[in-house]
Design a binder for this molecule. Structure first.
Ligand SMILES: [Zn+2]
Length: 649
């Protein structure tokens, strides 16, 4: 069977399994409620806790101001001035973040703020219906100039819509916030507002032709198709499935479902959420075209268009293959929002096809991009992560920078416990090696995972409560060599024939006191930059290694409310003066890295031959902040060096 056939077969099987237990009570039946997966000590819990502190610095009334204004209600505070024109978008992300963090930790202030936002949004929705009966019934958005944009759009006049800054993208965020307040935190009020708002969305576009819909969807619109798919799952009402398909951009759907990569020069974060929506539609309607589109999109982005930390895009767009050298030269490296959305797509795909390749990507992107995009002390968020040698990143200041990546950043660190474990029927998938405790209520068992991974090469699971028969599906990561993974159950080795990037099923009646130990030997490897093979990155296990290169001219390191503050605008140090590795065999470059005693994941490489020599200390990129750095290194052969080519760019 070829790859496509086999993926389709799996899809059909799982679609059948999911069909029976498709629930209206939960959107993601393979995931555990966040409160049932408690993070234990480690970098992810630290990031989550710091993020809550950061989130509580924001002023909720200021976040809500655009919604009140558009509904014709008196202001309680002034709107944030930064990213004016997109007012309201961060409010939606903030509502999602409050819901997730309340669900994960029980934090009472997050709950209070979530409930307050929902009651204010309810008031806005009611006022829109009263004040604007011709177009506003059910509307709960904060899009500036809402009245003109939506009242004309419903008549097929897109002039105001096109001159505004991405209206559907903007309102998608508050749709998602309301959905999340219900889905993660169980708010019935949020559910009511959400569904009324969905009815507004179907109503306002009901007179548009398919051609007009396609034209409208040329503008960035977030995951609006996913929203309607969610509404379909919540209610079982086919009208929402019809809407989800109507809001699916044919330009992308048709190409991707036919296996055609048409992403060159397209805005990356405009496309990724569409694909997440395709997969939700496929999951719920078993429509193969949508599944093929989502699967192919994921494959082409992760295999052909992603850097070693899981991010994609330069200047926010997917480069064509000849332009991938821009990754080296450009200060606008991959955008954090893209990876937020790629993880979302990955979670969705994994639900219908729990293949280890999805979890392999998820893990790398989580450690190397997502975890790295929050500042470990002040909690600011990152927009661009340049791969340009010896450049740097800037971080947002709370209440000032209001970029898209501030919005997704607010959410990123609240759901680290979402994908550690998933389950289908009697199978528990161990996807991530993150210290945590799972309360699997359905089975009456508790499982504690203790690990300092990736600082140690092992993890252990202990059943701490209950007894039940099920399979623990242990992920054999792609970065552990063939034959190197070891598993012990209660001290006895388990034999298996699995290859890397698969799951090993351990099936038995598990009982309190049982222990599973997994040994995960890591090695150092290289990864080439897409389409620029003479630039390589070093990874140890799944962890991207970087090196600090100096702190000169970190202009705008903490970005304020200036419109372009997200750019790291300090001096661009010449690329050709950065260290270049001389080596005839790229694949052996990783052999030069020597571990530093008592410093996990830290290496020196005294044997590396370099042009522009420097003392290099490799360490996890996710711990590198407030400095210039290198994550990609040019490598030239002796021959190239002799001919002078090694010094050119
Ligand atoms: Zn962004």
């Amino acid at each position: 069977m070829n790859k496509i056939c086999s993926a389709l077969a799996i899809f059909a099987l799982i679609a059948l399994a999911c069909c029976n237990n498709q629930s209206r009570d939960t959107l993601y039946p393979n995931e555990f409620p966040l409160k049932d997966v408690v993070l234990l000590e480690g970098p992810f819990r630290d990031a989550r806790d710091l993020n809550i502190v950061t989130l509580l610095k924001y002023d909720v009334d200021r976040l809500l101001a655009p919604f009140l204004k558009e509904a014709g209600l008196p202001a309680k505070a002034s709107s944030y001035p930064n990213w004016e024109g997109l007012d309201g978008h961060v409010g939606g992300h903030y509502l999602s973040a409050m819901a997730m963090n309340y669900a994960a930790t029980g934090n009472a202030e997050c709950k209070r703020r979530m409930d307050y936002m929902i009651s204010e949004l309810r008031a806005c929705q009611d006022a829109n219906g009263t004040n604007y009966p011709d177009w506003g019934e059910g509307y709960a958005g904060g899009m500036p100039n809402s009245k003109v944009i939506w009242s004309t759009l419903q008549k097929g006049d897109f002039k105001a819509y096109r001159s505004a800054w991405v209206p559907w993208y903007n309102v998608h965020k508050i749709y998602a916030g309301l959905r999340d307040a219900w889905s993660y935190a169980g708010s019935e009020n949020a559910r009511i507002i959400f569904l009324k708002f969905c009815d507004w969305g179907t109503g306002i576009t009901s007179a548009l032709t398919d051609v007009q819909m396609e034209s409208m969807l040329n503008a960035e619109h977030g995951g609006i198709n996913e929203i309607f798919a969610d509404a379909y799952q919540m209610t079982g009402d086919e009208k929402y499935l019809t809407a989800a398909k109507r809001f699916s951009h044919r330009m992308l759907l048709d190409a991707m479902s036919a296996g055609i990569d048409n992403l060159d020069n397209k805005h990356a974060n405009t496309q990724i959420p569409k694909a997440a929506g395709f997969q939700r539609i496929a999951e719920l309607s078993h429509d193969k075209k949508y599944f093929e589109a989502a699967r192919f999109f994921w494959e082409t982005v992760t295999e052909n268009r992603s850097l070693a930390f899981g991010g994609n895009s330069r200047r926010e767009h997917f480069p064509d293959s000849a332009s991938c050298i821009d990754f080296v030269n450009e200060i606008q490296g991959p955008e954090s929002c893209n990876t937020y959305n790629m993880l979302r797509l990955t979670e969705h795909l994994f639900r219908t096809d729990p293949s280890a390749r999805y979890a392999d990507y998820y893990e790398g992107a989580l450690y190397n991009h997502i975890l790295s995009t929050r500042h470990p002390e002040h909690g600011g968020y990152v927009y661009f992560t340049p791969a340009r040698p010896r450049h740097y990143r800037v971080y947002s200041a709370p209440n000032e920078a209001m970029w898209c990546c501030v919005g997704t950043g607010m959410e990123n660190h609240g759901k680290y416990n979402q994908f550690i474990y998933t389950h289908i029927n009697d199978s528990l998938y161990l996807n991530l090696f993150i210290a945590s405790e799972l309360d699997w209520k359905e089975k009456g068992v508790k499982i504690r995972q203790e690990t300092k991974f990736p600082n140690e090469e092992q993890t252990s699971l202990m059943i701490t409560k209950g007894s039940s028969r099920f399979s623990i599906m242990v992920r054999y990561p792609s970065w552990v060599m063939e034959g190197a993974l070891k598993i012990m159950v209660n001290g006895k080795p388990i034999s298996f024939v699995n290859q890397p990037s698969s799951y090993i099923a351990l099936t038995r009646r598990w009982k309190k006191g049982d222990v599973v130990q997994v040994y995960l030997p890591m090695h150092t490897s290289i990864e080439q930059m897409p389409n620029v093979p003479d630039y390589i990155a070093f990874l140890h296990g799944p962890v991207l290694l970087g090196a600090k290169t100096g702190t000169e001219d970190l202009k705008g390191l903490i970005a304020d409310d200036s419109r372009w503050g997200q750019f790291a605008a300090g001096e661009k140090l010449p690329v050709d003066e950065a260290p270049v590795i001389i080596g005839d065999d790229k694949s052996k470059a990783a052999d030069a890295l020597m571990p530093v005693k008592d410093k996990p994941l830290t290496f020196t490489a005294p044997a590396l031959k370099l042009i522009n020599p420097a003392e290099i200390v490799f360490e996890p990129f996710f711990s590198i902040h407030d400095t210039r750095y290198m994550i990609y290194w040019r490598i030239v052969t002796e021959e190239q060096l002799k001919s002078g080519a090694g010094l050119l760019n």
